[in-house]
Design a protein around this ligand. Structure first.
Ligand code: ATP
Ligand code: MG
Length: 256
């Protein structure tokens, strides 16, 4: 899916992470995946597209001086970017002390997509979407080259993940949509969860999104978030870290 380290700047590919339901781990996964892909030499720009209620800066304990509000003022995307050299990727924060980013709609989404459609020194932009399936999330999900829909085994998460997949199928019938199961008690439990969602998609949407990865429930995830440290830095050998790395490898296979 991801072509790495191209010599001439081109627009990055867009990978959006959505779920519909809140609190299933989108922001944590977006950050961890950015770090895992960066370790595989993918040049990553992480965009906090949970505009106004952004959490990337909070989870990483950042106090960014730049954020998406510069883009809304008409400045180039470069004016929004904070490099994170210790983590190996750059970030566009989505929070603004001025409140300028509250009430973002698809116009904001279109500005983000247009800014990312320019030649940039990144292979991939990861968009951490907010909860819900309103206009902004829907627009960004439909515009992404690849949409990862995150779910857990709870019926509410499965229902909302299905709603995301349904809208994305309507908006972009030939799009690349994949499922990621989080909070799995085991790999086999994660496979069973994915299969429930896949069966609904096959039956009602006529399409079966592939399973991109399974992330196990791991108590070290909330530990890292409480300490506002990147998970792969704090717990690099944990179960969930291995699962994120496997997902990253599946998205950007290391050439033989
Ligand atoms: N694999 C996991 N194991 C244990 N806890 C996890 C796991 N993934 C996420 N969490 C916990 O889930 C909570 C929610 O994570 P996060 O904020 O990333 O979710 P979100 O989907 O981005 O939420 P929102 O919809 O509010 O943006 C965090 O407290 C985190 O510690
Ligand atoms: Mg979030």
């Amino acid at each position: 899916m991801i072509e790495r380290s191209r010599l001439l700047p081109r627009p990055p590919r867009l990978l959006a992470i959505a779920s519909g339901k809140g609190g299933v781990g989108k922001t944590w996964l977006a950050i961890s995946l950015a770090q895992a892909l960066a370790a595989q030499r993918v040049r990553v720009l992480l965009v906090d597209a949970d505009v106004g209620l952004a959490n990337v800066d909070v989870q990483l304990g950042l106090d960014p001086k730049r954020d998406l509000s510069a883009l809304l003022r008409g400045e180039p995307i470069g004016a929004c970017i904070t490099p994170l050299p210790d983590l190996g990727f750059d970030v566009v924060a989505g929070r603004s002390g001025s409140g300028l980013l509250a009430g973002a709609d698809e116009t904001t989404g279109e500005r983000i997509i247009t800014a990312l459609a320019a030649p940039l020194p990144y292979d991939l932009a990861i968009l951490d979407l907010g909860a819900g399936i309103e206009r902004l999330q829907r627009h960004l999900a439909a515009s992404a080259d690849t949409l990862l829909v995150l779910t857990t085994d709870e019926p509410t998460a499965l229902t909302d993940a299905y709603a995301c997949l349904k809208l994305a199928t309507l908006d972009n019938p030939n799009g690349d949509r994949r499922i990621v199961v989080n909070f799995a008690s085991s790999r086999s439990a994660g496979e069973r969860t994915a299969s429930i969602l896949q069966k609904s998609c096959a039956r009602f949407l006529g399409t079966t999104p592939p399973l991109a990865g399974i992330i196990r429930r791991d108590p070290r995830v909330p530990d890292a978030i409480r300490r506002q440290q990147a998970f792969l830095t704090r717990h690099p050998t944990s179960d969930a870290a291995r699962d994120v790395e496997a997902l990253a490898a599946a998205l950007a296979p290391v050439p033989a």
